[in-house]
Design a protein around this ligand. Structure first.
Ligand SMILES: [Zn+2]
Length: 669
């Protein structure tokens, strides 16, 4: 829908729902107990939930994650409606209240039509040559419209304490380069729909049908050229491949047709001497195919990206057309989410740390923070024991791994420092302008970090987000308050179920520090090989087992998962669940291992893990994710992980030839 490039994804919003928690914390009503847990554990744990929750018309995917997300959205909605209703709002409440009010002000939005785009469209129309193109490109990137490539600040991969300039390929609209290059029937159909959609958008912006049609074709050709020069997603996951430090003058020397110095000034970059060019070959077409494009092709390309990025902030016909292609056709969503919920999401994207401060007050207490911190410490001890007990790793590499493990910083609930929005002007009747100004301020805040010491406390998610992340360069695990709730965690419910829920999330993030990407960084967050050659080879052998396993899973129709694209996530599940299990076993030493609701603690642990992943997905979404999402769908995260675990087979007394028992089980950590 809205593709402005902002730091935050997902969504937020009410006070802790009073959900009935049975003694075990297991949702028995979600289970399908007619299925043998040793045949298909995912169906056993989630079968009735999945059957009873057909996809809502406004979603392409709906699962337990989304239930929690909806719950968080209601909290945020209360906050925003409350702020917007105040007569003399000031400070933080003025900012978020006015932003939300401007998004809900559909009369003002409708009245303006595409007029808010006029200054930008005029600038695009006035471009005459490469110097005009570079200036406008910088301008669009500043306001969060992704064109051609992404330029900005990043920690130096080899010296994480300093922030450098970085440039990486970008500028496509469709979800992946393969969408432009593949020639199967589905890909051809998608491109036909994309062409028609672009034509409709140009017409809505004022073009006659013939001109609109011509522009759509020009954009398609332009983006196809970009796609041909893009690195594929699997290669982009390798931090050594994308590490190419170059002197500043390198670009001007190699791609002389582009006015680099003027561009750097226009985009707001502070002085710098060197930069990391993630994929230098990706620029090879800049002086040739792209540079040779007539000016109207560039104009069409910029215009479409601007229209698409702004669609949700413009009058309804444009928003509808954008939804029709991107959501309805490409993702299988039948209708847009309610306006107020979209406005919550928009506020979270634009002003996430302001909304987050209010959210924390309502949804996250000091007791939850203390309990999670204790859990994290238990998991860290378990991971240390796990590393020390590995049979395939030599003592030197183990010692280095332990150093890295001990260096991990844990952040629970919300960032240590809140982002500053004081320079952003927000007005209750200017939704387009608000979004543009917030986006520009955030992007400028980021780009000005070039040349500065790296702020390793910075978060890339907002507090109400139902997600968590590991940052390789700050070597930190980060758990937004949004995920530290049911079904992941409840301080009042059974411990074993909590270990399977939030414990597995913690173990997962920790293991990211040691997956096929994370292992390439040391405890200080620097790209440095701390492995002996033999241990590195053993690791690669073990992750290949995981890659082959998941490449064998069919997501939808004839579309299989890409075991190499999803390798980091699957490795994190493979190790993370085991570490959570070990930590639970340790904790059980001081509590009686009694049955609750008929389940042993071990059985509750695996159910707690699996029930987080109950979900339904449209076939369109499944297809798109198989090509682009580094995460596997829920059912494979459950069955793919458990099939490798003897601990699971023991807990459910599975026979050695049961489907949930994988011959040649994969184990990395
Ligand atoms: Zn992950």
């Amino acid at each position: 829908m809205n593709t402005r490039i902002l730091l935050a994804f997902l969504i937020p919003a009410l006070a802790l729902a009073q959900r009935p928690a049975p003694a075990s914390g297991i949702d028995k009503a979600a289970m399908n107990t007619t299925v043998d847990p040793c045949t298909d554990f995912y169906q056993y744990a989630c079968g009735t939930w999945n059957a009873g929750h057909p996809l809502p018309a406004d979603r392409s995917r709906f699962g337990r994650f989304n239930e929690l997300q909806d719950h968080n959205e209601r909290i945020s909605l209360d906050i925003l409606q409350g702020a917007a209703a105040k007569q003399d709002r000031a400070g933080l409440e003025q900012t978020i209240g006015d932003f939300y009010a401007s998004c809900m002000n559909t009369d003002a939005i409708a009245k303006k039509g595409v007029e808010p785009l006029k200054p930008e469209l005029d600038r695009i129309a006035a471009m005459k040559d490469m110097s005009g193109i570079a200036a406008e490109m910088a301008r669009l990137q500043r306001i969060g419209v992704g064109v051609l490539f992404a330029f900005g600040a990043q920690p130096d991969p080899r010296d994480s304490n300093r922030t450098i300039a970085g440039l990486r390929p970008g500028g496509l609209s469709l979800p992946d380069r393969d969408y432009y290059l593949k020639t199967d029937a589905k890909s051809l159909e998608t491109r036909q729909h994309y062409l028609q959609h672009m034509k409709n958008m140009f017409q809505l912006a004022g073009d006659k049908p013939q001109a609109a049609s011509l522009k759509a074709t020009m954009v398609m050709e332009f983006e196809t050229t970009l796609a041909k020069h893009s690195l594929d997603r699997v290669a982009m996951r390798d931090p050594n491949k994308t590490y190419n430090m170059k002197p500043r003058g390198f670009l001007a020397e190699k791609y002389a047709g582009f006015p680099w110095e003027a561009y750097f000034t226009a985009v707001g970059a502070p002085p710098f001497e060197t930069l990391n060019v993630a994929y230098p070959d990706g620029l090879n077409n800049l002086d040739t195919e792209l540079g040779a494009q007539p000016i109207d092709t560039w104009q069409a390309y910029f215009t479409y990206h601007l229209l698409h990025a702004s669609a949700d902030e413009l009058a309804q016909p444009i928003a509808d057309e954008d939804f029709d292609f991107w959501q309805r056709y490409l993702a299988g969503v039948k209708e847009p989410r309610p306006r107020n919920v979209r406005c919550v999401a928009a506020t979270d994207r634009a002003l996430g740390d302001l909304l987050g401060q209010k959210y924390i007050q309502l949804a996250f207490g000091a007791d939850a923070k203390a309990q999670i911190t204790t859990l994290v410490e238990g998991l860290e001890r378990a991971m240390g024991d796990d590393i020390n007990a590995l049979t395939w790793m030599t003592p030197d590499t183990k010692a280095a791994a332990i150093v890295k493990l001990k260096a991990i910083t844990n952040n629970v609930g919300y960032p240590r420092k809140w982002r500053d929005y004081s320079k952003v002007t927000i007005a209750a009747d200017d939704y387009f302008g608000n979004t543009e100004r917030a986006s520009e301020a955030m992007n400028q805040q980021r780009i000005r970090k070039i040349g500065q010491p790296t702020d390793k406390t910075e978060w890339t998610m907002t507090p109400p987000t139902v997600n968590a992340f590991y940052s390789p360069q700050s070597n930190s695990i980060n758990f937004p308050a949004g995920i530290l709730q049911l079904p992941f965690f409840d301080p009042r419910r059974d411990m074993a179920t909590n270990y399977g829920g939030v414990g597995a999330v913690i173990g997962h993030e920790m293991t990211h520090g040691f997956d096929d990407q994370g292992r390439k960084y040391d405890g200080d967050g620097n790209l440095r090989d701390w492995w002996t050659k033999d241990d590195g080879a053993e690791f690669e052998k073990r992750v290949s087992c995981v890659a082959d396993e998941y490449s064998g899973f069919t997501s939808v129709d004839d579309v299989k998962l890409n075991g190499r694209l999803t390798l980091g996530e699957n490795t994190a599940d493979n190790g993370g669940l085991r570490v959570a299990y070990m930590a639970m076993q340790e904790a059980l030493k001081s509590t009686p291992a009694e049955k609750l609701d008929g389940f042993t603690p071990e059985q509750r642990f695996f159910l707690g893990f699996a029930q987080v992943w109950c979900e339904n997905m449209s076939p369109q979404e499944a297809r798109q994710r198989a090509m682009t999402d580094p995460h596997s769908p829920g059912r494979f995260r459950v069955n793919g992980t458990l099939q490798n675990m003897p601990e699971f087979q023991k807990a459910y007394a599975c026979k050695p030839d049961a489907p949930m028992v994988r011959q040649n089980a994969c184990r990395v950590w």
